[in-house]
Design a protein. Structure first.
Length: 203
């Protein structure tokens, strides 16, 4: 079962989400926190599969914290849950490594779908944000900070094993990243992917 940690300072929202997630039979909430400091401490004690993260927290921004989480816990999928429906914020947080973006007015079913989707290695955007991003960003290819890092190493000619050693990931995780990059760039193979990355200045 997928483990979830919720970081949000709105108690009623957290209680409602916890109930919905636990009743889904797909995931379970293993912890909650109301600040970035509490979340940091909680992640050190127990690392969840998915972190549901608000952007506005009493002691800082979830936008920047997302980068911190992905660098320290690369396997954790960060799913942003917020009231902000601005293009610039959504774009920035996705570039910082978030796997999904959901508005707080979403139905609980959509949150569960988001959790499942990001756990399957895909990006999840709620309908409103998906439409917003497509209208503003038809042709741009999005790469997370970690994807940019791995793509740079691929371009430099490192093997999967060498990349895994450099960024402290398993070889299988590196292979998954490489496969996702091929899909994102719609490239037939690594040679085409490198050519496209250089031409489009993706790193």
């Amino acid at each position: 079962m997928i483990t979830v940690h919720i970081t949000d300072d709105h108690k009623m929202l957290v209680e409602g989400l916890t109930l919905s997630v636990n009743e889904s039979n797909i995931a379970k909430v293993t912890g909650t926190s109301s600040s970035l400091a509490e979340c940091r401490n909680a992640l050190e004690l127990q690392t969840p599969d998915v972190l549901l993260l608000d952007i506005n927290l009493p002691d800082g921004s979830g936008v920047e914290f997302c980068t911190e989480v992905k660098l320290k816990y690369p396997c954790v999928k960060v799913l942003i849950l917020t009231t902000h429906n601005e293009y610039s914020i959504a774009k920035r947080v996705m570039e910082n490594g978030a796997s999904g973006y959901i508005l707080k007015n979403a139905l609980s079913e959509e949150v569960i779908t988001g959790i499942e989707t990001v756990m399957n290695g895909k990006i999840f955007l709620c309908d409103e944000i998906d439409i917003l991003m497509k209208s503003r960003n038809e042709s741009q290819i999005w790469l997370t900070v970690r994807e940019q890092e791995l793509l740079r190493l691929i371009i430099d000619g490192y093997t999967n094993q060498e990349i895994a050693d450099k960024v402290f990931l398993s070889v299988e995780t590196v292979k998954t990243y490489r496969k996702n990059l091929l899909v994102k760039l719609k490239a037939r193979n690594s040679m085409v992917m490198v050519k496209m990355a250089l031409e489009q200045k993706l790193i």
